[in-house]
Design a protein. Sequence first.
Length: 322
Amino acid sequence: MFDSFLVVGSINIDYNVRVPHLPNPGETLTGKSFSRAFGGKGANQAVSLARLLRESKEKVFFAGKVGTDDDGKNARENLKINGVSTQFISNSENHTGMALIEIDDVANNRIVVVPGANGDCDENWAVATIQNYCKLKPSIKTCFLFQLEIPIASVEAAIRTAKDSGGTIILDPAPAVPIEKKLWSLIDVVTPNQSEAQLYTGVFPKTNDSAQKAALKFAHMGTQAVIIKAGAIGSWYFDEKEQWFCPAFTVKALDTTAAGDVFNAAFAAARGKDMSASDSLRFANAAAAISITGEGAQSAMPGYDTVKELLQAQPKIVPRQL
Ligand code: RIB
């Protein structure tokens, strides 16, 4: 179905601090440990895709901006090491993006992002990048993955250009910000988590009924398919013909950072291999579950075989038709 993937978005250096609990306003806490790691929702999705597709011929490209600082050089290098093409990364005068991440004892997190170079991904850059990509690859067979950690006007311009070229558009609306109304009908699959779904639809999805209501609102807005990611509950898939719920796989959660990014990458990878919507949902659930068993955004992102092992180990976790 897809022969290449272009992820357009953010690239960050994450500053991870383990804390006994997420601090209250005005509270000073002693952290348990500190680490620096590669992150950014866009870069995470690209790395996850490349790991999942390593054995096949698909190609993963990342487009974004980094500073000319050491963080930028290292972040670029990390993508290359993971098998991601960096030819659509540009330099910015700004510092490379960074994120401060607090993770508590039960693996919940809180993230503050300072965009830096990500904020310099302007509309002209976004349109030119998609056009240059389309000269290189047949976009009709491309899956374009977007998130909202670069300026929203640039994401909107990039989606319009990508859709004109005939590609498939997957939007992870994270972090949630208002989106131009006309844009929703250009999106093939939107993948909010529960709070993002609530922000766009007014419905907090936590049961089949509420998830159906939220999905219907997205459908009325114009989106073709909706996935709602609900962490430890599982995830839902809705389109015009099919409705599925897949419960979460059982794993020992250490750090949930980037689980949503891995979910998106895995769903795209599975669809790219022509898996059905329900099999892709199960595959994405499993990949996201594995990703939370290690610390940091990218350390536990699985390859294809590791996901297959979990699918085989927990055969009773299967999607149910609604
Ligand atoms: O989705 C997780 C990511 O969000 C982190 O890697 C951090 O960089 C923020 O962008």
